[in-house]
Unconditional design. Structure first.
Length: 689
């Protein structure tokens, strides 16, 4: 006549026993009561409980069971090492059960790693994916994971129903949530790459104002108040549906869902309704974040904001994507955070977003002018100089039409940069000087520093260039602008190298790299590496120079900086020439000529042809060299971009060799022929076998 619990208490009282309770989540309250009662009755009793959430019993030690270990997709190990990762090993083992001849090779290994990553290392999901090997290739399985709930079915008939399909597994967890927990989980699916508590409170609660674009709302009597969010989010974390992320770059506590859970929650949101409303709120929140971030990207708290924006990059992409369909203005407001996009190397992506958003935004206003100029800059970086200049000129005219001096100076500064880079030194310097004068009148110090930095490219007036660079550095240090400091230091180092002073640059460049890494500014870091390569080259350390340029190219090719890549490859050709590999140097110079021609970068073409002229001296074809140097001289005079002192000294050495082998009359004749050549004729002569 005793209750079962009383019988258990008596039986276990003196025993040393381990009790295992499996799958407690659907009876978590009852499980915790039973465990607590038995532990109090039997001092030597131990309980091992598996559950989606902790039981909450005194003395309980929680051990979160992680997903299976995964390889790094960016640095995939060798095929032999891949199977050391649990997720990959499970996939291979289960694949072999249904396809005994399955082999991992260099073609399918990346897709296996991708499948395991996209399935978050969840064992059941990986088993179900591997079972499809009988009918599909690994690549086909990977491509179909956007529809994973339809794909991942067909578990063992003897397994529990919830273990026979991926959807059933998550249904099991979803069905035992409270209504408000389900509501929050559905709304959280609009976030990509994680979120902060503040973001959830803004986007997922009724505290956030509804957008006028919303035509849907969830058909439910339940409403989430801002005061409910923390407790509900805590419950979802406790129930293992939301994960607390470790190691955010900004230092903020962030949360995320496994991608499989997120896709499930998104399907539920679309099914129940309310998707448009929540995505409108999500977009509005990230417009607000962008507005807060913009002035902070050059202030004392900029490290936090650069890192925060990098933490939120997937959400930013999600917001812009929604803006394309609903509100282009909001998308542009997020996209014009150009310092962040530039620092982190997102040129190509930013250019594509801006091009698409501008197609949907017809208003002629300050926002459009800014967006067009930044779009032009993205095109410039990718090597499309003509279109970049055309767009910047249009923006300058629009800014003047709007009588907006700040926008006028903004357009002039970028147009000046493009014009300088193309090789028109006089016009470029004039545009930059006009921009600087406006910024000085407006008292805009940060913009003054940026324009002064570009004026330091004036090799025709080295002392003025040095003064501009020092003033830029002083302003940036005064403001604590970690975005600008590395650029100023690198330019000072480059100016010193151009003057032939090799004692000063190294400490400046080391600081530039250190500061760049504080805010993740890969662009500035790459330019500092370029300057280090230049320093090593002019000191005769060709092996070191080559190593710096190779490191620079690896960095810049990740984000598609075509402009910098052109200069890096041209410099490497010079290094190879000085190392004595004439044939390889000629091939590299030939590639550089094609690239500079394609980019319409005349000064780049001149610089490369000077390298080929030096190559001709090295193989004792001094007459052709004399013609090419004469052509380069006249072209530099036309575009107003004279050689820096160190480069001129190098050319003088080659000219001395030419003079030692050609008499004055012949040299004069050859020089006259060279000065009358067209660009096409000079290129043909330079590349002639």
């Amino acid at each position: 006549g005793k209750m079962p619990i009383e019988i258990l208490k008596e039986y276990l009282h003196e025993k040393k026993v381990l009790i295992v309770l499996d799958n407690c989540e659907h009876l978590v309250t009852a499980s915790s009561q039973v465990v607590n009662t038995l532990l109090n009755a039997a001092l030597n009793l131990k309980v091992l409980a598996s559950s989606r959430e902790a039981l909450g019993v005194k003395g309980e030690l929680s051990y979160p069971v992680p997903s299976l270990s995964l390889p790094d997709l960016k640095h995939l190990p060798s095929i032999e090492q891949l199977s050391q990762y649990e997720a990959v090993r499970l996939f291979i083992d289960r694949a072999l059960l249904v396809a005994p001849h399955f082999v991992v090779d260099k073609d399918n290994a990346p897709f296996i790693a991708q499948i395991c990553h996209r399935l978050d290392g969840i064992p059941l999901a990986i088993e179900l994916a591997a079972a499809r090997i009988k009918m599909m290739s690994v690549e086909q399985i990977s491509k179909r994971l956007d529809d994973r709930f339809r794909l991942l079915t067909g578990g063992a008939r003897t397994a529990l129903p919830r273990q026979q399909t991926l959807r059933a597994l998550i249904d099991w967890s979803y069905d035992i949530l409270s209504e408000n927990e389900r509501l929050l989980l559905r709304r959280l699916s609009v976030f990509a790459g994680g979120w902060t508590l503040e973001a959830v409170e803004e986007v997922c609660s009724e505290h956030a104002k509804r957008s006028v674009n919303s035509e849907q709302s969830e058909p439910t009597d339940h409403r989430l108040l801002i005061t409910d969010i923390l407790d509900l989010l805590t419950q979802l974390v406790n129930k293992s549906l939301v994960v607390v992320m470790e190691g955010s770059q900004s230092g903020e506590t962030r949360y995320r869902m496994l991608e499989t859970i997120r896709q499930y929650a998104r399907e539920k949101l679309l099914e129940v309704g309310g998707s448009e409303m929540v995505r409108d709120r999500h977009l509005a929140y990230f417009v607000k974040v962008a507005e807060q971030a913009e002035p902070e990207l050059y202030r004392s708290n900029q490290v936090f904001w650069f890192n925060k924006l990098e933490d939120e990059i997937d959400n930013i992409r999600m917001a812009i994507e929604w803006a394309l369909a609903t509100d282009a203005k909001s998308g542009l407001q997020i996209s014009i955070l150009w310092r962040f996009w530039v620092a982190h190397g997102y040129y190509r992506e930013l250019g594509e977003w801006l091009a698409r958003l501008l197609e949907h935004y017809d208003t002629i206003d300050a926002l459009r002018v800014q967006a067009v100029v930044i779009h032009a800059y993205c095109l410039f970086i990718q090597g499309n100089f003509p279109k970049a200049i055309r767009l910047a000129q249009q923006s300058l005219q629009t800014a003047r039409t709007l009588s907006n001096q700040k926008l006028e100076a903004f357009s002039q500064s970028f147009l000046g940069v493009f014009t300088l880079a193309q090789g028109n030194m006089r016009e470029g310097i004039s545009l930059l000087e006009q921009s600087l004068n406006i910024y000085r009148a407006l008292g805009d110090k940060i913009s003054q520093a940026e324009v002064l930095q570009q004026l330091a490219n004036n090799t025709n007036n080295m002392e003025r260039a040095i003064d501009c660079s020092r003033e830029s550095l002083n302003i940036n240090r005064e403001l604590g602008n970690l975005f600008g400091i590395p650029q100023s230091l690198t330019k000072l180092a480059q100016l010193a190298i151009w003057k032939g002073d090799f004692s000063l640059p190294a400490p400046w460049l080391e600081e530039a790299i250190t500061v760049s890494r504080q805010i993740g500014n890969q662009t500035s870091e790459a330019w500092a590496l370029h300057a280090f390569g230049s320093l090593a080259y002019w000191q005769g350390d060709y092996k070191g120079a080559n190593a710096y340029f190779e490191e620079e190219i690896i960095l810049i090719e990740k984000f598609g900086d075509r402009f910098q890549t052109l200069w890096a490859h041209a410099q490497m050709a010079y290094v190879v020439l000085r190392q004595g590999d004439i044939q390889r140097a000629r091939e590299m110079f030939a590639t550089s000529i094609r690239d500079t021609q394609k980019a319409d970068m005349l000064i780049g073409t001149v610089y490369v042809i000077e390298g080929l002229a030096s190559l001709r001296v090295n193989i004792d074809q001094v007459k052709r060299a004399a013609q090419l140097f004469a052509w380069a001289d006249i072209m530099r005079e036309k575009i107003g971009d004279h050689r820096p002192l160190n480069e001129q000294a190098s050319v003088e050495k080659d000219l001395a060799v030419i003079h030692s082998k050609v008499d004055d009359t012949e040299f004069t004749r050859l020089s006259a022929e060279g000065r009358t050549m067209t660009v096409e004729q000079a290129i043909a002569l330079a590349l002639e076998e």
